[in-house]
Ligand binder design. Structure first.
Ligand code: FA5
Length: 339
């Protein structure tokens, strides 16, 4: 009786599979017959009441039926799915031989390109690359640089102060302070990085911009060495001869201090909004390190001399690529970056 029932169920399942129109239908059949409370499973529960001989015979048949049906169900699901894919492909007129779409590749940001190139150039001249935090202590950003609290020179940089007493680094010069404490002279270092100032924004001023600090401390150094290094950097980065001019500049951490300007690469020196119609762009302040700064860094100013500079890396990238407005660089507009 059990045997007959099983074979009847098998026939029924086979018939239902043939009629099924979706994979879900077939799966429902699996649950209905072979699931935990399925019809075949229930029949199999009756096996325990059979004699040992019958159990052997019917048990084998039951097992064979179960395996066969499971295979049929799996095959049916696969066939139905394949049919669906084939039909979809026919509808879409999909050409399997058609070449794929090229994956969109990203590219380095213009500032990153210029920063990496500058690092290569300086490494070639024996400079180490240093780093420092963007959230900085007042002591490194100002005090060790000969700018005590309440010194009027603080007004030159409109600073973001945090509740913790920290500042958002206004200048990579903060890296000079940290570097001197960790390294014994003679040394040569550069420190590229992001700086922040509460600026009124225009074509050449952002509240977030990049600088590249440089510092060289040796027993015998002069302004001539400084000018040579600055010219090498600009010619190599811009890959062209540029005109530079040196003006006196005041920074409490250098004496004497200079502003090294280059002729505006956007207008060729005629005057435009980028250079505020002066034909020159302030790019590279520099000077001989002030003795107070060396002292604060634990270096004897009687024995060692130093020069330091702070390139406006963002403005350098603008000059290299002819970018007229600094705001485009942080704007996140991919159309600009793709150009
Ligand atoms: C300084 O920040 C000094 N720490 C530089 C220095 C280093 C002098 C070592 C002497 C020795 P200044 O504030 O001028 O200087 O900024 C340096 C350069 O950063 C500028 O020439 C300019 O290219 C760039 N820069 C300054 N402010 C902005 C801004 N808001 N947006 C874009 N670039 C800026």
């Amino acid at each position: 009786m059990l045997k007959e029932n099983l074979l009847k169920m098998k026939e029924e399942v086979e018939k239902r599979i043939k009629e099924a129109i979706s994979a879900e239908n077939v799966d429902q059949i699996r649950v209905e017959f072979l699931g935990k409370k399925g019809k075949i499973t229930e029949i199999l529960k009756g096996l325990k009441d059979l004699s040992v001989e019958e159990k052997k015979e019917v048990g084998k048949i039951a097992n064979d039926v179960k395996v066969e049906l499971e295979n049929k169900i799996n095959n049916a699901i696969e066939e139905i799915n394949n049919k669906i894919i084939e039909e979809e492909l026919k509808k879409e007129n999909f050409d399997i031989t058609f070449p794929g779409y090229e994956a969109k590749k990203g590219s380095l940001h213009p500032i990153t390109i210029v920063q990496r190139r500058a690092e290569e150039i300086f490494k070639g001249m024996g400079f180490m690359i240093a780093d420092g935090p963007e959230i900085e202590e007042d002591k490194y950003n100002f005090e060790m640089l000969n700018i005590p609290k309440d010194h009027p020179a603080r007004d030159m940089q409109d600073t973001y102060y945090l509740n913790t007493g920290h500042v958002l680094r206004t200048q990579t010069s903060a890296c000079q302070s940290r570097f001197m404490l960790d390294h014994k002279p003679p040394f040569r270092m550069i420190a590229p990085g992001r700086c922040f100032r509460n600026e009124a924004m225009d074509a050449s001023h952002e509240n977030t911009f990049f600088q590249l600090e440089g510092m060289m401390v040796e027993k015998d150094l002069s302004i001539a060495n400084l000018v040579y290094i600055m010219k090498t950097l600009l010619t190599e980065i811009l890959e062209r001869e540029v005109e530079v001019r040196l003006r006196p500049g005041f920074f409490p951490f250098v004496e004497p201090g200079f502003e090294l300007d280059i002729n505006c690469q956007i207008c060729g020196g005629k005057g435009c909004p980028t250079c505020k119609h002066s034909g020159w762009l302030e790019l590279l302040p520099c000077g001989m390190v002030h003795p107070n700064v060396l002292k604060a860094g634990g270096i004897d100013p009687e024995e060692y001399k130093g020069f330091a500079f702070g390139v406006g890396l963002t403005r350098l990238a603008m000059m290299k690529y002819g970018i007229k407005d600094i705001r485009d660089l942080n704007g996140g507009d991919l159309r600009f970056l793709k150009r």
